[in-house]
Write a protein that binds this ligand. Structure first.
Ligand code: C2E
Ligand code: MG
Ligand code: MG
Ligand code: MG
Length: 292
């Protein structure tokens, strides 16, 4: 059948592909009204000191409560938000919501709480991004040293000098920058010389290999050494078991983020279980986000 339709025409050879595209179109439609319908939520995953196991900070992660489809993870809709440009208002909502939460928790425990948010490369291309962040910071009275922005290597698909300029401005207003999923995208080590990085996040794909893949282990050890030599903090993502924790600790990884300690949690659960003076916890330290 496809043959008869001739060359140069786009044909769905695969029904499941067509279904994916249809689903994405309908999701995209819904995405346009999700913000005003209040369908997004941030959950927060504690970031733990590898040695003391105390909580040093939180990463804010977005969720979409879709009216028909239920809870959707960012992998399902962040790419659509990026394609449509909706990532700009959604990203602004993320920044303000994370800061409001940070402020609330800070008042609750009487000291600053460290918070990280993920930035899409599209956001970094907006010239007024840093002004927006700084205005929000002043409004919520956040200490900038406790606020961190996570970027990915996909920034290298864009105009790097412009991005670099944005990152310098983020540093200038006193905030920290982390590189997420380090070594999984368009990595070139030379960017480590140029980027003002405070933290390197070791991706789960490498952590999964601990105990069963010597190459993953070699890469992890090298990243940690590299980070230490560059004066950057390290955090391992997706840590799920004790063997992984022991390996990371042995090799000097500073912090751990993963299900072994905590899943991402709703704000209310964090307040109840981690910020509750009547409950015994490992303790909440909350360090500034900057490099050591
Ligand atoms: P990420 O920034 O690398 O976040 C870490 C992801 O790993 C999160 O998935 C987290 O729930 C998951 N994770 C953490 N520990 C474990 C573990 O031990 N085991 C397993 N299996 N997973 C673990 P999540 O929340 O689904 O987010 C996926 C990605 O979506 C994020 O990866 C980030 O790139 C993006 N994202 C999330 N929130 C936002 C946002 O507000 N804005 C933007 N632009 N992107 C976001
Ligand atoms: Mg992240
Ligand atoms: Mg990551
Ligand atoms: Mg990521």
């Amino acid at each position: 059948e496809a043959k008869e339709q001739g060359k140069g025409r786009f044909i769905f050879y695969d029904d499941s592909l067509k279904e994916d595209i249809d689903e994405n179109m309908s999701l995209t439609n819904d995405l346009y009204s999700a913000l005003e319908n209040n369908e997004f939520e941030l959950v927060y995953q504690p970031q733990v000191d590898a040695t003391s196991q105390q909580i040093n900070g939180f990463e804010a992660l977005i969720r979409w409560h879709h009216p028909d489809r239920g809870l959707l993870s960012p992998a399902k809709f962040i790419p659509l938000a990026e394609q449509t440009g909706l990532i700009i208002p959604i990203g602004e909502w993320v920044i303000r919501t994370a800061m409001a939460q940070q402020k609330k928790w800070q008042e609750r425990i009487g000291k600053a709480v460290r918070m990280s948010v993920n930035l899409s490369t599209k956001q970094l291309k907006m010239v007024d991004l840093v002004d927006f962040i700084e205005r929000a910071r002043l409004e919520f009275e956040i200490d900038p040293a406790y606020f961190e922005l996570e970027i990915t290597e996909s920034i290298f698909m864009a105009d790097t000098t412009q991005i670099l300029d944005q990152l310098e401005r983020i540093k200038k207003i006193g905030m920290a920058v982390a590189i997420d999923d380090f070594g999984t995208e368009y990595a070139s080590l030379s960017y480590l010389k140029k980027l003002p990085l405070d933290r390197i996040k070791i991706p789960k794909t490498f952590i999964d290999g601990i105990g069963n893949n010597e190459k993953d282990e070699a890469i992890i050890v090298s990243i940690i050494i590299l980070a230490i030599k560059l004066g950057c903090n390290t955090i391992a993502e997706g840590v799920e078991d004790e063997q992984q924790l022991i390996f990371l600790k042995q090799h000097g990884c500073a912090e751990i983020q993963g299900y072994y300690f905590y899943h991402p949690m709703q704000a209310q659960k964090i307040e109840h279980e981690l910020l509750n003076p009547n409950k015994k916890t490992n303790g909440l330290i909350c360090l500034p986000a900057h490099k050591i």
